[in-house]
Design a protein around this ligand. Structure first.
Ligand SMILES: C[S@@+](CC[C@H](N)C(=O)[O-])C[C@H]1O[C@@H](n2cnc3c(N)ncnc32)[C@H](O)[C@@H]1O
Length: 248
């Protein structure tokens, strides 16, 4: 269920910046070729949107670093992000200098109510997050995304999407990235400033197991078309990782 962001403790700005920078390095392990993805993205977005997007929403936006970069790329845009994790939401709120509106919501629930009033959106992004969802939830996400996009708006889904027919071993999340993820969380825990939010995080994620659902890109394309998108196709690939663009 969607709700307001948690009360944010006063955080040391240097530490927030350090954690957010380090997060980017961790994510580069999860999304090999991330720089190439972000290089390709603006041309795709501007071609579909007919220029800079005006309203942008990043789903599963973590500490908001990707959303902040989009705000930098398109300074006239209203940029929002949504996530479930109280710690990451606090870092997003403290770090993005008010350039990104931060929403708390759960992609396995009715999240459109939380972000809908800021829409309809020109651009929705979901980066390395859809694999947390079961097949049914992932399909529901395509339907919900379609409903908050304006006609002609664009959804970008970037994740592990092996080519159909490739050995599924090539489609596993990189183990080194998992270790870097654990190290990042250990450092945040060691600081102590976020203790209360870390407790809250534990409660939020108790009993939740990432589905690790990483079907081929064809599955995503078909899910988008079944959900009412007019067109869908892969616009970026880096090994087993890819980005699907779907036009509403
Ligand atoms: C691997 S991280 C990617 C974060 C961000 N997209 C990035 O690229 O830096 C996955 C994100 O999905 C969020 N997430 C997982 N399940 C979620 C759910 N049910 N609802 C909202 N966010 C969720 C996590 O909290 C985390 O921030």
């Amino acid at each position: 269920m969607a709700s307001s962001p948690p009360a944010v403790p006063v955080l040391d700005r240097t530490a927030v910046d350090r954690w957010r920078r380090a997060w980017d390095e961790v994510m580069a392990g999860f999304l090999p070729g991330a720089a190439s993805f972000e290089h390709v993205l603006p041309a795709v977005v501007e071609a579909v949107c007919g220029g800079a997007p005006r309203r942008i929403l990043d789903l599963g936006g973590g500490p908001g670093v990707f959303a902040e970069r989009m705000a930098g790329r398109w300074p006239g845009a209203e940029v929002a992000m949504m996530d479930l994790d109280p710690v990451l939401l606090a870092l997003a709120g403290a770090g993005a200098d008010g350039r990104v509106r931060v929403h708390r919501g759960d992609l396995t629930s009715s999240w459109c109510g939380e972000v809908g009033p800021d829409g309809p959106y020109d651009l929705l992004t979901i980066v390395m997050t859809i694999h947390y969802l079961t097949p049914g939830r992932a399909l529901a996400l395509y339907r919900a995304a379609r409903s908050v996009l304006r006609p002609g708006g664009l959804l970008i889904v970037a994740d592990l999407m092996p080519e159909a027919g490739l050995d599924r071993v090539t489609g596993s999340l990189p183990p080194a990235a998992g270790l870097a993820w654990e190290r990042w969380w250990d450092e945040v825990r060691a600081d102590g400033a976020l203790r209360q939010l870390l407790d809250e995080r534990r409660a939020v994620f108790a009993g939740r197991v990432p589905a690790e659902f990483t079907p081929p890109a064809d599955w995503h394309r078909s899910a988008a078309l079944r959900s009412g998108f007019e067109q869908a196709g892969v616009v970026w690939r880096w090994g087993a990782h890819a980005a699907l663009a779907a036009i509403a």
